[in-house]
Design a protein. Structure first.
Length: 116
């Protein structure tokens, strides 16, 4: 259902934009979000965006990351600026909500590596 892309290797201070494309128009219905999991750590919330446009960011990324949605392209983006080595992780996109029934989809993850 969800296909994440855009990860890669970047130097500290650099930028990346992650994309998550859905096979249907689910992003316009419910909430979307990005999560990340670093080696040896639990998966953590990075940013969420509700269907009414409300956003929520982890304190560690606030002011540096930005989540946005393009309903026409069924795509959610995570713009990551001023990257730090501690931002390195596998990033996962998520979509959840209710259409005919509740749904909760995860993308396959995209790896972000930040060199110091």
């Amino acid at each position: 259902q969800l296909q994440a892309s855009g990860g890669g290797l970047v130097q500290a201070g650099g930028s990346l934009r992650l994309s998550c494309t859905a096979s249907g128009s689910i992003f316009s219905v419910g909430s979307v979000g990005w999560y990340r999991q670093a080696p040896g750590k639990e998966r953590e919330l990075v940013a969420t965006l509700t269907n009414d446009g409300s956003t929520n960011y982890a304190g560690s990324v606030k002011g540096r990351f930005s989540i946005a949605r393009d309903n026409a392209k069924n795509t959610v983006y995570l713009q990551m600026n001023s990257l730090k080595p501690e931002d390195a992780a596998v990033y996962y996109c998520n979509a959840n909500g209710v259409t005919n029934e509740p749904y909760n989809y995860w993308g396959q993850g995209t790896l972000v590596t930040v060199s110091s």
